[in-house]
Ligand binder design. Structure first.
Ligand code: BGC
Length: 338
């Protein structure tokens, strides 16, 4: 049985919820839909928090690394923050080099959502006004956080008053050691034969590269540290992994393990792509939980999404949400001890 309780409540409407099952304790806030904590056992029954974050809600408000955030309206980059939809040009906020990143200057990660508790599910709702950050249409997003035993499932549902773009992701940085060490000794498996190249600003170029015989191949489980230290032009350009992978299966596409603690995270998604990001831009300046200064490689983000920047890169962009249609996607995270 899952219980959901409020554990913190502030005058500005921000609430922290605790979702608790027999196997997991998950903390979520209606502030930017942040996933604040995931507490799980290891092989010796020690409990650790396996996501990066901050000791108080203030930390989430002042960071710029999207730690734990729900990212939207459109995750990842939109080249030059410009696009055409129905022959009309739109200009978005530029907040990452020459590009638009993660929804703009005040993305969904900064918004206070309405909330409702429905059994084992916390339902967060946000209405994004027409023209917010330059996007057309008033968009209503429902993000549901369902906890069942060892599995947290995130469902996103949205509709819009006008044709618009949408690509929501969760930007948690996982560290299955409980931040006892960085992720070099984690192993990763991704069911994917191709990733997309990025340019020097991290923007996907549209060039698909076969993973075969490159450090990007995780079809067989491989140690993060071993792959990341290899000399590949795309690893140098990305400062590590910061790349979209095209998924080849329709479930259990990504498995992250920490052999020492025997913790295992299996990600299943209805989405076709995952951005693997090895916390390349954490540089010791951000002080996280337990006063730890977060460094590059302290966590790994598994950002499930539609192909990034597909408004420019795909013939039939899946990130367009038409008026009268609905956007419905889901990603589940199963946290187990082997
Ligand atoms: C991006 C990185 C970016 C980071 C921000 C990731 O999703 O791919 O390039 O620096 O988010 O925290």
């Amino acid at each position: 049985m899952t219980s959901i309780t409020k554990i913190e409540e502030y005058s500005d409407g921000i609430v922290v919820f605790c979702l608790k099952s027999e196997d997991l304790e998950v903390h979520v806030s209606n502030y930017g839909g942040h996933l604040l904590a995931v507490k799980m056992k290891d092989k010796d029954e020690n409990i650790d928090d396996v996501v990066l974050g901050f000791d108080d809600i203030e930390g989430y408000k002042t960071q710029d690394k999207y730690i734990g955030a729900l990212v939207g309206r459109v995750a990842n980059r939109i080249k030059h923050g410009q696009f055409y939809l129905n022959q009309k040009a739109y200009t978005l906020a530029i907040n990452n080099g020459p590009n638009h990143l993660h929804g703009g200057l005040e993305g969904f990660d900064t918004k206070v959502f309405d909330y409702q508790i429905k059994g084992d599910t916390l339902v967060l709702t946000y209405v994004s006004l027409d023209n917010e950050e330059g996007y057309p249409g008033q968009l209503t997003l429902t993000a549901s956080y369902q906890l069942q035993k060892e599995t947290l499932t995130l469902y996103y549902h949205a509709t819009s008053s006008e044709d618009t773009l949408i690509n929501i992701t969760n930007h948690s940085y996982f560290n299955l050691s409980g931040m006892k060490e960085n992720v070099y000794e984690h192993t990763l498996q991704i069911k994917s034969d191709q990733f997309m190249a990025v340019d020097k600003d991290g923007c996907p170029t549209g060039e698909y590269i076969d993973v075969k015989e490159t450090p990007f191949d995780f079809n067989l489980e491989s140690e993060m540290g071993k792959n990341i230290k290899q000399n590949h032009p795309q690893l140098i350009l990305g400062n590590g992994f910061d790349h979209p992978y095209i998924l080849t299966k329709d479930k259990d596409q990504i498995i992250l393990r920490h052999p020492k603690t025997k913790r295992k995270l299996t990600v299943s998604t209805s989405l076709p792509c995952v951005q693997i990001y090895t916390a390349n831009y954490l540089d010791g300046k951000l002080i996280g939980k337990n006063l730890q200064a977060y460094q590059a490689r302290d966590g790994i983000c598994l950002e499930t999404q539609f192909i990034p920047d597909d408004i420019h890169l795909s013939k039939e962009p899946k990130t367009i949400l038409r008026k009268g249609e609905s956007y419905d996607v889901a990603t589940s995270y199963c946290f187990e001890v082997e």
